[in-house]
Structures are given as C-alpha cells and as structure tokens.
Design a protein around this ligand. Structure first.
Ligand SMILES: [Zn+2]
Length: 267
C-alpha cells in the first residue's frame, strides 16, 4: 500500500447504487487495502444525494458526498429538489454541486428540462461557493454556453469522466476546469484517443475516478466474474493514466490526490 501522501482519491463513485448494498463494507475495505484513502460519493438524484450525504456522515474523513441531479433525472427537478440540494450543500461533508450537466447522448430527460435543471444547479454553486462536479455528453455547445454564464462566479469546476475530443478538452482547460479521467482510458475500442489527450492536461488540473459501479476497466486481469466496478480499481486507472502520460504511477497518484484534496477541500 502506498504511503499516505500518495494515497489515492476517487473523485467519483456511485456508492449509493443498489449493487453495493450487499457487500458495502467489503467494498470499502478492498478500496482501503488498494490504497484509496478518500472517496467522493456522487449524488445524482434528490434521493441519491441524501443517501450519499448519510454515507459520508457515517464514514467521516473517508467518504465525502456531492449533491446534485444528473441530466438523466432532470425531469424530476422541482422547487423541493432545489431546496433539498441547497440544504445538503450546507453540510461539511457535502463537497460539490453535482453531478449536473447535459447528456444529449441518452436524452433520458427532455433537453429543455436538462438545461433548466443545469442552470438551477449552477445558480446553487454560485450561491454556496462550493465547486461543480459536471457531466457532459454530446452536448458540448449548450453545456459551454450554460457554464460560461456563471464561470466567473463559481469557484472550481471539474468535467468528470471526460471522454471527448481535443477541442472539447481545450475548451474546458481554457475555462480553468479540472478534468476527471476514468477507466474509459483502458478501453481499447473507444478510449484510445484519451491516451493522447491526457498528456495535454496540466499537472494541477488532473484528477482520477472510477465512476463505480460503471466503467469497469476492460483490460483488468483477471476480470471479475461480475461486471461491477469498485473504487479498488482506481489503482488500475492511475497506472493507465500514468503510462499514457509517461509518468510514474506514484507521480500521478500524488498529483491527482493533491488536486482532489484541494479541489473538494477534503480534510
Ligand atoms: Zn457522469
């Protein structure tokens, strides 16, 4: 296990997902044993954000939470939801607004509803001063337009699970965004371009995440029998990012963890 200064921080894990219910404590134990020192639990709906905050309360200093509504759930965003997010974000262990953004790939919620929910959450970030945890898929132009309206008034922003192209990455870096890289980079079918692009991310802008239970790295050996991803595999993501950048895994561990602790103001 790496020494504490290089211990990993998983900035995005959906630990409230039902697939973790049966063996939650074992998942956390495996993460710790694999050198993951802190995990930011993603809130992606009203109920999920509440649940993430409870987890963070129960595992102080190890788990933290975000509070937000994913664009897939944007149709559920109403005044009560807005109020709940604002309340959750007053808690010390709730560290960012999100997951929020736009997703025109799946279009599970109408685009107008997505934009409205996104704009309301951007306003929350302006009001509470906490950073943004952002999701964008196939919606780059509208996403940037929304972000640009508030960028000077929000503290920090991370585009999580970045999977886009060079021009999109440069747009985010121009806006002083941090970039979250997942095990997508391990996917030889659709992640190869990321192995070039991660070299363009400045050392003080890079963070890593598993997005568990999603995005199990495709090149894990041995492959788990189930398809569930876990925070313990962050180590594998770290090694893949390091190889792509031509750096030692310890270097990427140290810089991504330092970035994550500063970005989310972890203890
Ligand atoms: Zn996402």
């Amino acid at each position: 296990m790496p020494a504490l200064p290089d211990a990993l921080v998983d900035i995005g894990a959906n630990l409230t997902h039902e697939s973790f219910r049966a063996d939650f404590d074992a998942v956390l134990a495996r993460a710790r044993a694999a050198g993951v020192a802190q995990i930011v639990v993603t809130g992606a709906s009203a109920g999920g954000s509440r649940a993430a905050q409870v987890l963070a309360q129960d595992h102080r200093g190890f788990l933290y939470a975000t509070a937000g509504v994913h664009p897939h759930h944007a149709h559920e965003y109403d005044d009560a939801c807005d109020q709940l997010l604002r309340e959750l974000l007053q808690a010390h262990e709730v560290k960012a607004v999100g997951e929020t953004g736009l997703d025109y790939f799946r279009d599970y919620s109408p685009r107008a509803a997505q934009i409205e929910a996104f704009e309301r959450q951007l306003a929350i970030a302006v009001d509470c001063g906490k950073p943004l945890f952002l999701h964008q898929r196939d919606a780059h132009a509208d996403f940037l337009a929304c972000l640009d309206r508030v960028r000077g008034r929000v503290s920090r922003a991370v585009v999580h699970c970045f999977t886009g192209e060079r021009a999109e990455l440069l747009d985010y870096l121009d806006r002083d965004c941090h970039i979250g890289i997942t095990g997508w980079i391990c996917d030889e079918r659709r992640g190869l371009h990321l192995r070039e692009l991660v070299r363009l991310i400045p050392a003080d802008r890079l963070m890593i995440e598993t997005d568990a239970p999603y995005l199990l790295p495709r090149d894990l050996h041995p492959k788990p029998a189930h398809r569930r991803n876990e925070p313990m595999h962050l180590r594998h993501v770290c090694a893949a990012v390091a190889a792509a950048r031509g750096q030692a895994p310890e270097t990427v561990a140290a810089l991504s963890s330092a970035n994550a602790r500063a970005f989310f103001a972890l203890d």
